[in-house]
Design a protein around this ligand. Sequence first.
Ligand SMILES: NC(=O)C1=CN([C@@H]2O[C@H](COP(=O)(O)OP(=O)(O)OC[C@H]3O[C@@H](n4cnc5c(N)ncnc54)[C@H](O)[C@@H]3O)[C@@H](O)[C@H]2O)C=CC1
Ligand SMILES: N[C@@H](Cc1c[nH]c[nH+]1)C(=O)O
Ligand SMILES: [Zn+2]
Length: 428
Amino acid sequence: MRHLNSMDSDFSADFSALLQGRSNDERSVAEPVRAILSDVKERGDVAVCEYTERFDRLALTPEALRIDAETIKAEAARVPAELMDALKVAARRIEAFHEAQKPTDLDFTDSENVRLGMRWTALDAVGLYVPGGKAAYPSSVLMNALPARVAGVKRLAMCVPTPDGVLNPLVLAAAQLCGVEEIYRIGGAQAVGAMAYGTQSIAPVDRIVGPGNAFVAEAKRQVFGQVGIDSIAGPSEVVVVADGQNDPRLAAVDLLAQAEHDEQAQAILITTDAVFGDAVIAAVAKELETLPRAAIASRSWDDHGAVIVVRDLDEAAELVNRLAPEHLEVLLDEPRGFSAQVRHAGAIFLGRYCPEAVGDYVGGPNHVLPTSRTARFASGLSVFDFIKRTTMIETNADGLGRIGPAGVALAHAEGLDAHALSLSLRLK
Ligand SMILES: NC(=O)C1=CN([C@@H]2O[C@H](COP(=O)(O)OP(=O)(O)OC[C@H]3O[C@@H](n4cnc5c(N)ncnc54)[C@H](O)[C@@H]3O)[C@@H](O)[C@H]2O)C=CC1
Ligand SMILES: N[C@@H](Cc1c[nH]c[nH+]1)C(=O)O
Ligand SMILES: [Zn+2]
């Protein structure tokens, strides 16, 4: 864990090193991912099966890649009723929030008698990546599938790794709840490749969405162009901004809630109170003594964690904007003023009673969010990832008569005479 203080003379260099640190890690998986993707592209199912045996310790044949309907039903039926109820609470809230995002089409006739429009159409086929290497993510099934359903996508194909062949009943129950029936028990770069290029038994999709570890995130980056992707949603990150008026244990568990996802996850505390910062560091160490996933969380905290002491909240906001974190928690009495200064963050959690875990499960907004500072230009998963725009122009002799001459002039200026003729021959 790095312990920085903005008043120190070497702060600027240390902070830059913190910004740089994780992107170096990410680049290291680019080559292995490239090799896996090209192998899957070339050899299809056979390659997918081989990588699944190697990385998930599961021997498969092409016929067994897909989880059959009977198995889905039987596994989902094992989920206790209380857990099913919890899933439904989450699903209801996620669905309602995404329903509210649906945009309206444009259709109007302007003053020059030209009718203009823009209409939204759902994608035909989408691949949903649900992570499952170090933890199972039923919540990510909901976050992926519900916006796609709300958007009206026809075909939803889902990939979820099943290490050692162990199926997660709640993951399958969540898929069933969302009406997802085409599910493959594969993960990692090989699953992304299979959905992007298609194999003998998996038809290609038009866009791949969903979170995953560094291999999954890099694979999505590399298949972009062949298919669309949502964003780079890699190993989780949180920045917690807190004054000294918080319980150090609460800030500590918020940081660990992120660290326990992955050794590559990143949790950063920014505080105006140095004594509080020290108390949080001690509280993290104490929690790690008993946390079941301490092995993962302590690697993440040691390698990528940071506590940054700043002069004031304005400086905190500046650093948050440079970090462009996936998640930002604002543990202040008046969080709105602070959050108004933040331009770059995937999702913001406001107030002392709104930890990020609210958004991971039951808040409503999506938890599939841009990582590695990509929140500078990217956004979390939403209905917009499952729809696309088509623009429309309709006019008649009158409308063309009004706007056509300017088009003819521009066509001549570009030296494109057929363009000019195409307009001028229609002008009276
Ligand atoms: N940014 C976001 O919105 C979210 C991110 N996450 C992140 O998703 C990730 C989930 O990670 P995992 O549990 O690992 O599941 P995962 O499903 O993303 O990755 C497991 C797969 O990684 C591949 N893999 C593992 N080691 C490999 C190696 N040495 N070479 C090639 N491939 C390898 C395997 O194929 C395996 O199937 C975490 O980092 C978590 O923070 C989770 C939810 C939301
Ligand atoms: N924290 C994860 C999401 C999550 C799923 N389950 C628990 N947490 C992320 O958004 O990166
Ligand atoms: Zn989480």
